[in-house]
Design a binder for this molecule. Structure first.
Ligand code: SF4
Length: 239
C-alpha cells in the first residue's frame, strides 16, 4: 500500500471516529491491566459482565490479593480459561505490590514479567493507559492488516513491526482502536461487509463481498429490555 493511500486510509478512520475508545470497562491503569489479561480468548462484553461486580469490591492489587484466588475465580467463572486467569490476576497483583509499590509500571520489560502478561497485553496498556505509540496485534488487526494490504505478514509480530513503520505518525495513538473496531464490526472474520466499508476503494483484498454476498443485517427481534441502573463509568486510566 502506497504512502498516500495509507494517509487517506487513516484520514478516513479519524473522520469517522475522532476519539475511539477501548470497549473494555476500567477505572484505573490497574483495572485496565486486569481486564486485558482476562480478555484473552474472550469478548469484551463477557469480560465487562464479570469485571463490573469484581471491580466494585476489589479494584486495587491489595484488595484483589485480600479477596483471594477462590473468590476471584468465582467472579470470573463465566470467562474462558478462568481458573488460570484467576491465578494470574492474584500473582500479578502480588508482584505489583512487592516490586512496583502497587503501581502498574510504564515499562515493557516489567509489564511482560508479570504473570499472564504477554507482548500484546503490554502493548495495550502502554498505548491506552500511558499514551505510547505501540501496536497490539490481535486477531482483528492481524486479519485486517493482511486484507487491506496495509501490513501483510505471517505472524502477529511481523504485522506489528510493519504497522509501526507504516502508520503515519499523527495517527499512531488511535490506530490500534480504529483497526480493531473496523475488524470487529465491518471487516469480519468469516465474511467482510465490503459494501458497508468506507475504505473499500483503498483495500486490495481479492475476496471482497458484494451486495449479494455480503452478510445480511440481522432481523430485529422484539425483546423485553431491562432498565440498567448504576452503569459503570468508563474513564481514562490513571484517574
Ligand atoms: S473492503 Fe472488505 S476486505 Fe477490504 S477492509 Fe473493507 S471490509 Fe475488509
Amino acid at each position: 500500500m502506497k504512502p498516500a493511500i495509507r494517509e487517506e486510509l487513516f484520514r478516513r478512520f479519524q473522520e469517522k471516529s475522532p476519539n475511539p475508545q477501548t470497549e473494555l470497562e476500567y477505572s484505573s491503569t490497574y483495572t485496565l491491566l486486569v481486564a486485558v489479561v482476562l480478555s484473552a480468548q474472550a469478548t469484551d462484553i463477557g469480560v465487562n459482565k464479570a469485571t463490573g461486580p469484581l471491580f466494585a469490591v476489589a479494584d486495587t492489587p491489595e484488595k484483589i490479593v485480600a479477596l483471594g484466588e477462590a473468590k476471584v475465580r468465582d467472579y470470573i467463572k463465566t470467562i474462558g480459561l478462568y481458573r488460570n486467569k484467576a491465578k494470574n490476576v492474584i500473582a500479578l497483583s502480588q508482584q505489583l505490590i512487592s516490586q512496583h509499590g502497587g503501581e502498574v509500571p510504564r515499562d515493557r520489560e516489567a509489564l511482560e514479567a508479570l504473570p499472564g502478561v504477554g507482548r500484546k497485553t503490554a502493548n495495550v496498556v502502554l498505548n491506552v493507559a500511558f499514551g505510547e505509540d505501540t501496536m497490539a496485534v490481535d486477531t482483528h488487526i492481524f486479519r485486517l492488516s493482511n486484507r487491506l494490504g496495509l501490513a501483510p505478514g505471517k505472524t502477529p509480530l511481523e504485522v506489528e513491526l510493519k504497522l509501526l513503520k507504516r502508520i503515519p505518525k499523527p495517527y499512531m495513538q488511535h490506530a490500534h482502536h480504529w483497526l480493531i473496531l473496523h475488524g470487529r464490526y465491518i471487516c469480519k472474520a468469516r465474511k467482510p461487509d465490503c459494501p458497508s466499508c468506507y475504505v473499500a476503494d483503498l483495500c486490495s483484498f481479492k475476496g471482497k463481498t458484494t451486495a449479494e454476498t455480503a452478510p445480511k443485517p440481522k432481523a430485529k427481534t422484539k425483546t423485553k429490555t431491562k432498565m440498567k441502573t448504576g452503569a459503570k463509568a468508563k474513564s481514562k486510566a490513571g484517574s
